[in-house]
Each structure stands twice: as structure tokens, then as C-alpha cells.
Design a protein around this ligand. Sequence first.
Ligand code: ZN
Length: 67
Amino acid sequence: MTMRSYRYFICPAGHQGTEKTSENDQPYSTPWESITTQGLVNAGEDSMGYKAYVCEVCKKPMVPCSA
Ligand SMILES: [Zn+2]
């Protein structure tokens, strides 16, 4: 079974980005995790260990939003 989850981000200028995470949780297969992003630039990890992103357009920090 493959699970997909989405996280939505927005920057101070209002640009939006999306992170899609696909996880394979089958017990007898090699665990893997695949992350694809749209409108985001990888900026390493934040202090909580989550992926951190900056805006692809204006390079400002993206913050998660629930929209
Ligand atoms: Zn922006």
C-alpha cells in the first residue's frame, strides 16, 4: 500500500508551494520515501527535522499553511 500526503506552504509574498510525500509501508519491501515539490526550493531541515523550503520565486522562507 502506498500512502501519499501533502503539505502546503505559502511565502510572505503569497506564493504557494506543495510538497508531496509518497511512502511505501509494505512490511516485506524495502522502506522508501519519495518527496516531490512544486514551487519550493529545498533549504535543508529546520530545528524539528522537517524539510525546510524557500520560495522558488522570491527565495523567502516558506511556512506551512492549511489551505
Ligand atoms: Zn514567494
